[in-house]
Design a protein around this ligand. Structure first.
Ligand SMILES: Nc1ncnc2c1ncn2[C@@H]1O[C@H](COP(=O)(O)OP(=O)(O)OP(=O)(O)O)[C@@H](O)[C@H]1O
Length: 847
């Protein structure tokens, strides 16, 4: 096994190292593994053993159980029966233990945390013993990525959701490779890679195997499995159908083992176009189309024709196709069926009869909250609608027909789409698009991740749709597939169509030649725009803007009324700003991990209420009891919110609404009306200030800066963001969501308690409603400060600035000559503008 030192990455194989004898014995042993999901038996008594240095192909139809088996091996799933052993360590549903034992997995759908940077994703995804110091992570990540590509176009500071599917996959791959794993599981690794990168992958995999890594290689590309693997295991319906030496099998035999019968032909026969279609206007005429990534591209698709778009990824073909589907702006002329058409947006494109199947199934293809049936019908729903009404009977009938035709393996049509295997999800997306009887079908990687049997069915359907008079534009990184299915293939390079191949000339070789001969580009354009976007995208980008707004507002208010910048007024704004800042920081902590806390305001009220009974100058014992009760109350509330939200899994908003009501009631029982004077010595201590700067603001700044450091410089801080960013991916990486929630809720309650204590300095009495206004303003300040309501990102220093700004907006209105009603209007305006600005800055261009 490669030596992977802390903070280092695996050295690329040298001729010396590759000649070392690999360690003996099985590095991966899966014995008698069974796993069911309800009525679906995903695995039944499967045994798979991979010795050191072996590359083991794992093949089978969609839904055969390959990914489930790998999930058991990697600790993501607990088997119902059987055992998984990685390099001598038994693994049972513990991803961290599997990783520590030397297992690395490259999943079909990369488990990346979208709001975190590439460097953070790499850092959190490797075993603890290999992690560098957090502040060295960017340089370390560069080395990790460099192990895959010596000129990586991925900046470790980019957020994962800014990467395209191929780049995301490369990050997942780099994460696995830099661990120098004892066992490497590759689940359909070539689906996201360009042809030349597949060769590189093979090289890397062979080097790892030569050093003793046991590799499991899952793929539907039988030719690749034959090329790379030493032995091959076939799974069918969750059962191991046998393990053989790969060299003993040819492609046809492997296919036969996979589908249980021989496949007549992978590609359908290309019938000549129906005579009736000849002479009809072209389905698509695109003239001189230009947009981001392509220019001057012209293409015609005749009725009955399947046209392919080939080219090295990043040469404009995907963007050209998206522009035709109305998903990207472009100039030029588009005609559909002989008439000028506007495809300026997807609604117009769909109305014009264009159906688009995206390459990125997870981001744009499936509707994860809907069932299999709903996902099928949502694309082809027009076929089941009469006068705008959808007939449930027809919908059921049509969706069942499509599920049957593509042999979609699902427990029931009403199961959630996310319970389907990756390839079955792709079949649903394709089946739905084809059912919509489009005039022009644009399919980007239509057979991605689909098994050989269903691939053949998809190809047949593409030809059938065309034969019926539609036009098909197909994009694929597999030139063999383009040659097999298309009548004509256009090759794109540097955003332009540089060649067209048709008829007898059309073959995998001619396409590959044309692609390689064309000078290509890899989308490095718009680097400046990307740099600017990265600046905007930075979590701390809000801070200078908010500070500038604070100064501008102060100057304007001072110009309107020269008493505005009076020391007392400054002190008041900063004092109130500090209270809101601490409350909003607590709110931000919870929001960042994907929760919500409505109990902050009422908990703030409780502090002065408790203080009004105990902190009244009645002696040391009373003081001690008062402070102890305040701390205890915050801890109990924090723990309660955590139990309800993270353990009992109640909706966090509803759970904390319950706590809010309860706390309100307790405060009102203790003090039905404001009363009870808190001792002056306590108030004086809280209200202490340095010139116009209150001590509370200094405390708020220390809290914000401390949490900011914690968030950016510690693994716990990053883990909290990871949970908010994508709970499922965080779970896969072995990050405990419960622990992150506990930190967030306890932290939030403690900060609410601190804000309540600060409130004592302002009101000096036990007011049971004093904190009420902070329920919503704490959320507003957190959002204006840049914390995403969806979790995963934001800046605590931004929250501090936003709190001061919001208080300043409220206090400046009389100085600006506005009536008190304007206070709320201005706060609402600032919040809405901030939300719009953040969502624009964080919007990702579709890829
Ligand atoms: N979380 C889940 N809930 C319900 N069913 C599931 C779940 N995960 C997998 N399954 C089912 O288990 C079976 C095996 O799925 P698995 O993802 O292992 O197949 P696969 O061989 O990897 O397929 P593909 O080649 O399409 O990726 C499928 O029928 C799938 O629908």
């Amino acid at each position: 096994m490669l030596e992977a030192a802390k903070g280092a990455v695996a050295e690329p194989a040298t001729s010396d190292s590759s000649t070392q004898a690999p360690p003996r014995g099985y590095r991966l042993q899966l014995t008698g593994v069974s796993k069911s999901f309800g009525a679906v038996h995903a695995l039944s008594d499967v045994t798979l053993e991979v010795p050191a240095g072996q590359i083991h192909g794992l093949v089978g139809e969609n839904g055969a159980g390959k990914s489930t088996l790998m999930a058991v091996a990697s600790g993501a799933l607990v088997p119902d029966a059987g055992q998984a052993v990685v390099d001598g360590h038994e693994i049972r549903g513990d991803a961290v233990a599997a990783r520590a034992a030397g297992l690395a997995i490259v999943r079909q759908h990369p488990a990346l945390l979208p709001d975190l940077t590439v460097a953070d994703n790499l850092l959190l995804g490797v075993p603890a013993s290999m992690r560098p110091r957090v502040r060295d992570s960017a340089a370390w990540a560069r080395t990790c990525l460099g192990a895959w590509d010596d000129r990586p176009d991925i900046d470790p500071r980019m957020r994962a959701d800014a990467l395209n599917a191929e780049q995301q996959f490369i990050v997942e791959l780099a994460r696995a490779l830099c661990q120098a794993p004892a066992v490497l599981l590759l689940d359909e690794p070539s689906e996201h890679l360009r042809a030349e990168d597949v060769d590189r992958l093979f090289r890397v995999v062979r080097e790892l195997a030569a050093r003793g890594t046991a590799v499991v290689y899952i793929s539907h590309r039988v030719r690749e499995v034959r090329q790379i693997s030493d032995r091959v295991t076939v799974l069918r319906n969750g059962v191991n159908r046998g393990t053989r030496e790969t060299a003993d099998l040819d492609e046809a035999q492997i296919i036969e083992l996979i589908i249980g019968r021989s496949l007549d032909a992978q590609y359908p026969a290309k019938q000549p176009r129906d005579r009736a279609l000849v002479g009809r206007p072209a389905v698509l005429e695109a003239y001189d189309l230009s947009g981001e990534g392509f220019s001057g591209a012209s293409l015609i698709v005749e009725p009955g024709e399947v046209v392919g778009l080939a080219g090295i990824d990043g040469n404009g073909q995907a963007k050209f196709a998206r522009a035709l589907a109305g998903l990207q702006k472009c100039t030029g002329q588009v005609k559909l069926g002989g008439y000028d058409a506007r495809v300026s947006n997807p609604v117009a494109a769909v109305k014009a009869g264009i159906a688009y199947v995206p390459a990125d199934r997870h981001r744009e293809g499936i509707f994860p909250d809907l069932s299999v049936r709903e996902n099928v019908m949502i694309r082809g729903v027009r076929g089941a609608a009469r006068l705008g009404f959808v007939s449930p009977r027809l919908e059921r009938q049509k969706s069942n027909e499509i599920l049957r035709r593509y042999a979609v393996k699902a427990a029931s049509p009403d199961s959630p789409i996310t319970s389907l295997s990756g390839g079955n999800q792709q079949k649903v997306v394709m089946g739905g698009a084809l059912a919509g009887a489009p005039r022009l079908l644009i399919a980007d990687q239509p057979a991605q991740g689909v098994d050989v049997g269903a691939k053949a069915e998809i190809y047949r359907q593409l030809r059938t749709v065309a034969a019926a008079g539609a036009g098909v534009l197909m994009l694929s990184s597999d030139n063999g597939e383009l040659a097999g299915v298309c009548d004509r293939v256009a090759v794109m390079s540097r955003g332009q169509i540089v060649a067209e191949i048709a008829g007898e000339e059309l073959s995998e070789e001619t396409i590959t030649n044309a692609v390689l001969r064309a000078s290509s580009t890899r989308d490095h354009g718009a680097a400046t725009a990307r740099r600017f976007r990265r600046i905007l995208d930075h979590d701390g980008a809000s801070v200078p803007v908010l500070l500038a707004l604070i100064i501008i507002l102060a100057v304007v208010a001072q110009l309107c009324d020269h008493t505005y910048l009076h020391t007392r007024n400054i002190s008041l704004v900063l004092g109130l700003g500090a209270i809101l800042a601490v409350a909003a920081t607590g709110q931000g902590l919870v929001l960042m991990q994907g929760g919500f806390d409505l109990s902050i305001g009422p908990l703030m009220s409780l502090a002065p209420v408790i203080a009004s009974f105990y902190l009244i100058g009645a002696g040391y014992g009373y003081d001690l009891a008062g402070w102890a009760f305040i701390v205890l109350a915050t801890l109990v509330v924090g723990l309660g919110n955590w139990l309800l939200g993270a353990v009992l899994r109640l909706n966090p908003m509803l759970a904390s609404f319950g706590t809010w009501t309860l706390l309100d009631a307790i405060a009102l029982i203790l003090r039905p009306q404001a009363g009870g004077l808190i001792s002056n010595s306590v108030i004086d201590k809280i209200s202490w200030s340095v010139g116009p700067i209150p001590a509370t603001l200094i405390a708020a700044a220390v809290v914000a800066a401390g949490l900011e450091l914690w968030r950016t410089r510690t693994l716990r801080g990053k883990a909290l963001q990871a949970v908010g960013s994508d709970r499922a991916a965080a779970h896969t990486l072995g990050i405990s969501a419960r622990r992150a929630s506990l930190i967030a809720y306890i932290g939030s309650a403690l900060l609410a308690g601190l804000a309540g204590v600060m409130l004592i300095g302002q009101i000096g009495t036990g007011d049971p409603t004093a904190g009420e206004s902070y329920v919503l303003t704490s959320i507003a300040a957190a959002v204006v400060g840049g914390i995403a309501l969806t979790g995963g990102r934001g800046s605590f220093v931004g929250v501090l600035c936003a709190a001061v700004l919001l208080v300043q907006v409220q206090t400046a209105t009389p100085y600006l000559g506005l009536s008190p009603g304007w206070q709320q209007i201005l706060v609402a305006l600032v919040t809405i503008i901030a939300v719009c600005a953040y969502s624009l800055a964080r919007r990702r261009p579709a890829r």
